[in-house]
Design a protein around this ligand. Sequence first.
Ligand code: ATP
Length: 267
Amino acid sequence: IRKSGTLEMLTVNERLESIGGLGRLKHWLNQKAQVMADWPAARAFGVEPPKGVMIVGMPGCGKSLTAKATAALFNLPLLKLDMGSLMGKYVGESEANMRRAIQVAEAVSPCVLWVDEVEKAFVGIGAGGDGSEVATRLFGYFLTWMQDKTKHVFVIATANDISALPPELLRKGRFDEIFYVDFPSREERADIFRVHLHKRGKLSAQIQLDRLAQATEGYSGADIESVVKEAIEQAFVDGRSALDSDRLLQVIGNTYPLREVMKKKLK
Ligand code: ATP
């Protein structure tokens, strides 16, 4: 399978080391990987079968990156279910799409099923009208499947807006754990700079990660990646042989984090 409308098989090359910060989440995933690597022994010891994880939080802070890195860490294929495009226009279409997606995931199992923008499926719940009815049925179907699934399908659900999610989904027991991913702290920003500079072969002793972190309060991981890319391009165009902190700080001085831009727009 490559792509069948709402479901997509992804080839991933992200590793857990490609994620800056998010230490607790990475530690938790590593523990799950160890359990899965030796599942018969883990089960015999009394470990519960892993169900999945919900990752909620700010845009551009590593949720998608984590989903991809997890599949690589578990050494399993990654199926991405896009909730936004699952919601069909015709009667019964959304449910048929959901059923089909789950069937495919079970056929491919063991695998990781990444349900992106999970809140999209639940927008109508409680709001009344037809949309709400479909959403309620879909939600029920999904929850029952999550609860009873016997096949080895590890679910990673990602969402931006926790307030749009029905409390039943968040209740302990549905997922093994729920993580909230916030804007990175100063230490995490330094780590994200390190990751992106290293990835592009530009990490050197001249670069003071702490100064960069200090100058980027409110920047997301995606914002930091943009800074690194821009600084590298500028250094190349200027004919420099290396990249230094001043160049990065200059780019930072000329940019806003996306969050600031959104705030300004809202005013
Ligand atoms: P959205 O909700 O908008 O989909 P997201 O949280 O899923 O956002 P990602 O797609 O994971 O965000 O992040 C976008 C890009 O920003 C990533 O491909 C990665 O390069 C960079 N990035 C974000 N967070 C981190 C991080 N913690 N460490 C390293 N890179 C990061």
